[in-house]
Design a protein around this ligand. Structure first.
Ligand SMILES: *Cc1c(COP(=O)(O)O)cnc(C)c1O
Length: 398
């Protein structure tokens, strides 16, 4: 009788998803030991975690977490501006700012929120957000939330960014890019973008979720690797849930920007602070990332071994010098079948489908970690070759 219209819409979306094989499924992990995951009673070697340096389960990191939790509790109890701001948060902000060579930093509960905050606090109607077409979804959402107009340029095309900036008559403008692109693993031309932004009186924002901890000297990320800092990249976003194995994110900038964020960023003000124990864990992870260069070296050795191996068995991989390696599949069904065939052999590799990637751009997204051994990499390469042949001869996901 009084069936809400929303239910019809949900049902329609569900059947459209099923028809296009676009139903996303989550799996509950019951146990993890490094990259060895237990899911649905099955043990899988994980190649889709962003824990590149293998710090998420390091005993020093988890001990820091436990110690802080026993002293301070689990939840922060309030937002940062009320009584949820702990010394652990404060110290993490200072240490990250110092490490990355920025005057100041502000901690957020997630990268998604940090990106929303940057756009919402600094831009409004009449302003312009110029973005790479392949930027992370949170950056695009952020532009929409801010009310600024969003203009996208072809992937890694600095000239394209310049053209978009020139179309702006009056308001403030931002050029926004991933440092390392989250689906392909390639690196943004940050020097060219910095130059263009400067000429056009725009502000360059780099979201280095997948670069920090891994790329550049001491893992300081894409911006530092390009020899840039706060002058050229006034706003940098780094996330803590990837190479640093924790959760949350920081915005790094001059003090004036950070103060403005504290006062105006709604995704900062109206949310509970992240756990102080998580901040303590991230501080421990940061020290390990700084001290133990072998972790980065292992990732790059694994990366070279994976690319060589894949080439040897006949795969062509797009350029990527980061821990993210993509294996193009084309059609959704192929990517899903490949992923299922890999799982049948004990490997967990996720299939990425539209709308996360463009139509016909379905792929396997392989992430490499310092915790993978040479034998793990060789095993994955052999499984990939087997999976391709199996799929070519009709293997399909159940
Ligand atoms: C993962 C990611 C984010 C989101 O960070 P969370 O802390 O997971 O919310 C933002 N930007 C990029 C480029 C990312 O890869």
């Amino acid at each position: 009788m009084n069936r809400p219209r929303l239910l019809d819409r949900i049902a329609a979306a569900q059947s459209a998803r099923e028809e296009k094989h676009r139903v996303r499924r989550r799996r509950a992990v019951s146990k993890r030991d490094g990259m060895r995951y237990e899911v649905d009673g099955q043990s899988l070697l994980c190649f889709c975690s962003n824990d590149y340096l293998g710090l998420a389960q390091h005993f020093v990191v988890s001990t820091a977490f436990q110690d802080a939790a026993s002293k301070l509790g689990t939840g922060a109890g309030a937002s940062h501006l009320v009584c949820g701001h702990f010394e652990e948060h404060d110290a993490l902000e200072r240490e990250m700012a110092e490490w990355l060579g920025y005057p100041s930093a502000l901690l957020f509960s997630s990268g998604y929120q940090a990106n929303l905050a940057v756009a919402q606090a600094f831009l409004g109607e009449g302003d312009l957000s110029v973005q790479d077409r392949l930027n992370h979804a949170s950056l695009m959402d952020a532009a929409r939330l801010s009310g600024a107009s969003l203009r996208r340029y072809p992937h890694n095309d600095a000239e394209g960014a310049l053209r978009q900036l020139r179309s702006n008559a009056s308001g403030a403008a931002m050029v926004v890019t991933d440092g390392v692109f989250s689906m392909d693993g390639d690196v943004a031309p940050v020097r060219a973008l910095a130059l263009i932004a400067r000429v056009q009186h725009a502000t360059l924002v780099v979201d280095d979720a997948h670069g920090v901890g891994l790329l550049g000297t001491d893992g300081r990320g894409t911006v530092a690797a390009a020899g840039l800092g706060p002058n050229e990249v006034p706003l940098q976003v780094v996330t803590l849930g990837k190479a640093l194995g924790g959760e949350g994110a920081l915005v790094l900038a001059d003090r004036a920007y950070i103060e403005h964020l504290k006062q105006h960023a709604r995704p900062y003000i109206y949310t509970t602070a992240s756990s102080p124990a998580a901040a303590a864990a991230t501080r421990a992870a940061l020290r390990l990332a700084q001290r133990e260069a072998w972790r980065r070296e292992r990732v790059f050795a694994n990366l070279a071994r994976f690319r060589e191996g894949m080439q040897r068995v006949g795969f062509e991989l797009p350029e990527s010098a980061s821990a993210i390696q993509s294996v193009p599949c084309g059609a959704d069904e192929i990517a899903i079948a490949m992923s299922a065939a890999l799982e049948a052999q004990g490997f967990w590799v996720s299939a990425i489908r539209p709308p996360t990637v463009p139509e016909n751009g379905a792929r396997l997204r392989v992430t490499l970690s310092a915790l993978h051994s040479e034998a793990d990499i060789d095993g994955l390469v052999a499984a990939m070759a087997w999976a391709r042949d199996a799929v070519n001869t009709g293997f399909r996901a159940e």
